[in-house]
Design a protein around this ligand. Structure first.
Ligand code: FAD
Length: 283
């Protein structure tokens, strides 16, 4: 964790593009409340397959117009160089200077990978087309990407993305801080010297979290799973226990020198605000 301790601690919040008028209104409210916490930026996810791609653009522009820094996620699988280049130009015109560059996942039913196979190729392309205009974030997987052939090869691929020009990284969520510390140390051994910011997923709904974790390769430690299961339909107890677990995780990460935290807010004020207050981050 030596190199990470040298970086400033930055805090950011992640949104997804709302699909309804009610969702847009809700996000506006969430942005206003969380904006008062003075985050470094808000990021906005990008759906593969076109469903929410325009939504990402519109959401990012609205955040920017409200006076905050906004970082669109951009996934490349299934896309042409021309379409990515067009989108990059639209972001430059909208004065967006920060981007989260991803491979994404092939939508079901789509067979052609398009002109990009992996995120390192997207990072290279962004650099070759737009020079240093964008601050580029990439994804990191302390518990490894579910499709990786081996943990070591996955680390090599992460290092390759950084060499292609990434400035910093956001991790997939995890509940075991040791996985993060070891990941960062292994990156340091590979000469990776960029901030690797832990992605924090609040625990509010066990069924949803379990399904999502199985799909993305994040482990819910057995003792946490067992307790959450035992609460059954008692949502209040799940939320209270989840808040204790995640607050403790964040405290440990910050004390160990993580370069800030990135909160997967799911467009909700709570529980991100509660976490923030419990961590005393406004001091
Ligand atoms: P890559 O870095 O390309 O890695 C994908 C896999 O390919 C890994 O197993 C890696 O080991 C392997 N690999 C990488 N490079 C090579 C190579 N050169 N040769 C061979 N194998 C290679 N998804 C969305 O659709 N929209 C979003 O907005 C979104 N936001 C995310 C934000 C964060 C912070 C994170 C952690 C994930 C996000 N995802 C999002 C999910 C992400 O798109 C998936 O996890 C996807 O499967 C991998 O994307 P990647 O950019 O990490 O891919």
């Amino acid at each position: 964790m030596k190199t990470q301790k040298a970086f400033e601690q930055n805090f950011s919040f992640e949104f997804f593009p709302p699909k309804t008028e009610k969702g847009i209104e809700n996000l506006r409210n969430t942005r206003e409340v969380l904006g008062k916490l003075n985050p470094k930026y808000f990021s906005v996810t990008f759906g593969a397959g076109g469903s929410t791609q325009e939504g990402t653009y519109e959401t990012v522009v609205a955040i920017k117009q409200a006076g905050f820094d906004a970082a669109p996620h951009l996934s490349c699988i299934g896309s042409s160089k021309e379409s990515i280049s067009d989108l990059l130009n639209r972001y430059i015109e909208a004065d967006i200077k920060h981007i989260v560059a991803l491979r994404g996942d092939m939508p079901s039913g789509m067979r052609e990978a398009g002109e990009f196979r992996y995120a390192n190729e997207l990072v290279e392309f962004i650099r070759s087309e737009t020079g240093d205009h964008f601050h580029i974030e990439v994804a990191a997987y302390p518990e490894f990407h579910p499709q990786a052939n081996s943990a070591h090869v996955d680390l090599d691929h992460f290092a390759q993305k950084v060499r292609a020009g990434a400035d910093s990284a956001i991790t997939q969520y995890f509940y075991n801080p040791d996985a993060y510390y070891r990941f960062v140390d292994d990156c340091e051994k590979r000469g990776v010297n960029i901030p690797i910011v832990p992605g924090i997923m609040p625990i509010t709904n066990y069924t949803q979290l379990a399904r999502f974790s199985d799909a993305c390769g994040s482990e819910i430690p057995r003792w946490i799973r067992s307790r959450l299961q035992a609460y059954g339909d008692d949502v209040d107890s799940i939320k209270a226990f989840g808040m204790d677990v995640v607050t403790d995780l964040c405290e440990r990460l910050l004390a160990a020198g993580s370069p800030g935290l990135h909160f997967y807010s799911m467009n909700q004020i709570e529980p991100t605000l509660t976490l923030w207050n419990r961590l005393n981050l406004s001091k």
